[in-house]
Design a protein around this ligand. Structure first.
Ligand SMILES: NC(=O)c1ccc[n+]([C@@H]2O[C@H](COP(=O)([O-])OP(=O)(O)OC[C@H]3O[C@@H](n4cnc5c(N)ncnc54)[C@H](OP(=O)(O)O)[C@@H]3O)[C@@H](O)[C@H]2O)c1
Length: 280
């Protein structure tokens, strides 16, 4: 398959490059390809003539999005519209990666694909606008929402914890009142590969199975990595951030189940695999 990959140099993009070696891949990322330049994206996609476009490029710094809203919307919303239009003009299928931040996190249960989004942050709102642009401009699409991502080289919560955990010092405080599904880029790559084989229209949630808090994630990481620095649970209110974090980022994989696709791996299994591979 010929696959045009936006954000190919990012954390998820790098894992996809490794997983998709059997495909003919075009890596689209800055500085060569800027998705906010419509003509540039369109020419690059038209010249490559892909069977599928996988769209990972985004402004992902959640706090920076609050202070640089124009930039966030330019990349996450307008950029996604250009990518979607370019895919449609080439009759390529589009798989666009999105986020749990489209939800406000107030539900008491995991969010499924048919729940209504209500973002509380500029990042979430701009990614939701990107989803809408994908729907509008490229009918042959799948939007894959993921959450709590980590992969080789980061940056991610896991990488911050590994660094802090290796340093001596006072016990580390880690938030224990936000819940989600820690998800490896390898697990997402497996899902995207299946979606290339078995297209599902619309939205698909693609985080790992099982759930925990950031504290639970850090504790499992420290145990599996044999880090001995003490960690203690704390409340979100002890770490005020410019962009409010959702208390509930848990995603139910309802569409995968209804479509009869295999479930995502459990987060602990994915974490074990990541650590035992020895690549950080
Ligand atoms: N990380 C998470 O926890 C998480 C959670 C849920 C969903 N997601 C979604 O998953 C996808 C991949 O995330 P990630 O963690 O791999 O992000 P990432 O590491 O920040 O990668 C995004 C890539 O897109 C590039 N990019 C930014 N602006 C661009 C532009 N105008 N034109 C072309 N490329 C541009 C970035 O380049 P620069 O680095 O040079 O800016 C970077 O290489 C994103 O859509 C994100 O919203 C991530």
């Amino acid at each position: 398959m010929k696959v045009f990959l936006t954000g190919g140099k990012g954390m998820l993009g790098r894992t996809l490059q490794r997983h998709f070696r059997q495909h003919d891949l075009f890596i689209a990322d800055l500085p060569e390809i800027d998705i906010t330049d419509g003509r540039c994206v369109e020419q690059a996609v038209a010249a490559f003539r892909p069977d599928a476009v996988i769209h990972c490029a985004a402004m992902t710094h959640v706090d920076a999005c609050e202070t640089e809203a124009d930039r966030a919307y330019r990349i996450n919303a307008l950029g996604s519209a250009y990518v979607a239009r370019a895919a449609e003009r080439c009759r390529a299928r589009l798989i666009a990666v999105s986020t749990d931040y489209v939800f406000d996190g107030s539900l008491e249960r995991p969010y499924h694909e048919f729940d209504s989004p209500a973002p509380r942050t500029v990042y979430g709102a701009s990614k939701l606008a990107g989803e809408e642009a994908v729907r509008r401009h490229c009918p042959d699409h799948t939007i894959v929402r993921i959450a709590w991502l980590y992969g080789e080289e980061g940056p991610s919560f896991l990488h911050t914890m590994l660094k802090l955990g290796a340093q001596a010092g006072a016990p580390l405080k880690v938030v224990d009142d936000q819940f989600g599904n820690p998800t490896s880029t390898d697990a997402v790559a497996g899902l995207l590969e299946r979606l290339l084989d078995t297209p599902i229209p619309g939205v698909v949630h693609g985080s790992c199975e099982g759930e925990t808090s950031w504290f639970g994630f850090a504790r499992a990481l420290f145990e599996k990595s044999r880090l001995s620095r003490e960690i203690i649970p704390c409340a979100t209110s002890e770490f005020p951030r410019p962009a409010p974090r959702p208390a509930n980022s848990r995603l139910e994989k309802r569409v995968l189940r209804l479509a009869g696709l295999p479930p995502m791996p459990h987060w602990q299994e994915a974490l074990e695999k990541f650590i035992s591979a020895g690549v950080r």
